[in-house]
Write a protein that binds this ligand. Structure first.
Ligand SMILES: NC(=O)c1ccc[n+]([C@@H]2O[C@H](COP(=O)([O-])OP(=O)(O)OC[C@H]3O[C@@H](n4cnc5c(N)ncnc54)[C@H](OP(=O)(O)O)[C@@H]3O)[C@@H](O)[C@H]2O)c1
Length: 215
C-alpha cells in the first residue's frame, strides 16, 4: 500500500492532500451512517503527527460540516506535522475547532477528560507507518482510548496494530470499526486481529483502479 501511495502521488501526480481529504471523508461518512449526529455529536479525534493523523484532521473538517462537534487531541508536537496534515490543522484552527497537543506522557491525563466528554472517538494516531515498539506516550494514549468505553472508529489500521502481521506492537486500539484505505492490509484480515479491527470497511479514496489491480 505504501508503494501504491507513492506511485499515485509521484508517478500519477495525485496530490497527497486530495487523497487525505478522501480518507477523511470516508471516515466521516461511516460515522454519519452508523453514529448519527443526534446521538454522537461530541467526537474526540485523536491524531498522531504522521499522515494517519492527517486523515483524522481531514475527517474532523467533514464532521464539523455535518453538525458534529469535533475536538482534536494531537498526540505529538504540532511542529512535527508535515505539509498536508499541517494544511488541515490550519483549516481546523481557522474554523475554531478546539485542539490540544499532548507531547509528554505526563499530559495523557488530559486525554481522559476529553474522552469522558465525548460520545465517539476517532483513532488516527498511527497507521502503517508504525515502526518498532510503541513509545510511552502512544502506549498510554491507546490505553486511555481503550479504557474510555466509547465507540471507536480507526483510520486505516487500529493504532498500535501491525498492518502486516495483525499483532499489536505492545498495545493496540480496540476499534468498533476500521476504515482502511486503498486495499485491506494483510494483518487486518488475520483472525487474531479481529478484536482490534471491529467491522472492516475498505475505501479506495479515489486511487486509480489500475494501481489497485494486481498486474
Ligand atoms: N496519500 C495519503 O494521504 C494517504 C493515502 C493512504 C493512506 N494514508 C494514511 O497515511 C498513513 C501512513 O502515514 P505515515 O507513513 O505518515 O505513517 P503513520 O502511520 O502516520 O505513522 C508515522 C507516525 O508514527 C510515529 N511512529 C512511528 N513509529 C512509532 C512508534 N513505535 N511509537 C510511537 N510513534 C511512532 C512517527 O513518529 P516519528 O516521525 O517521530 O518517528 C510518525 O508520527 C496510512 O496508514 C494512512 O492512514 C495516506
Amino acid at each position: 500500500m505504501q508503494r501504491i501511495d507513492r506511485r499515485a502521488i509521484i508517478q500519477i501526480g495525485i496530490p497527497r492532500a486530495l487523497l487525505m481529504d478522501h480518507a477523511g471523508l470516508a471516515l466521516a461518512s461511516l460515522i454519519r451512517r452508523r453514529y448519527p449526529v443526534s446521538r454522537y455529536r461530541d467526537v474526540v479525534v485523536c491524531c498522531g503527527s504522521g499522515y494517519n493523523g492527517g486523515d483524522g484532521l481531514s475527517a474532523a473538517r467533514h464532521l464539523l460540516r455535518w453538525g458534529y462537534r469535533p475536538r482534536v487531541v494531537l498526540v505529538g508536537s504540532p511542529k512535527a506535522l508535515r505539509a498536508e496534515p499541517a494544511l488541515y490543522e490550519g483549516i481546523l484552527h481557522r474554523l475554531h475547532v478546539p485542539m490540544v497537543a499532548l507531547t509528554s506522557p505526563a499530559h495523557v491525563a488530559r486525554l481522559r477528560g476529553h474522552l469522558r466528554a465525548a460520545s465517539l472517538v476517532v483513532d488516527a494516531l498511527l497507521g502503517i507507518g508504525l515502526r518498532g515498539p510503541l513509545r510511552p506516550l502512544q502506549t498510554l494514549a491507546i490505553a486511555e482510548i481503550n479504557a474510555a468505553g466509547k465507540p471507536v472508529v480507526s483510520a486505516d489500521v487500529p493504532s498500535g496494530l501491525d498492518g502486516d502481521s495483525g499483532l499489536p506492537h505492545g498495545a493496540a486500539v480496540r476499534a468498533s470499526a476500521t476504515v482502511t484505505f486503498g486495499m485491506p492490509k494483510r494483518g487486518l484480515l488475520a483472525r487474531r486481529a479481529r478484536p482490534y479491527v471491529g467491522r472492516l470497511l475498505v475505501d479506495e479514496i479515489t486511487l486509480p483502479p489500475t494501481l489497485l489491480t494486481p498486474s
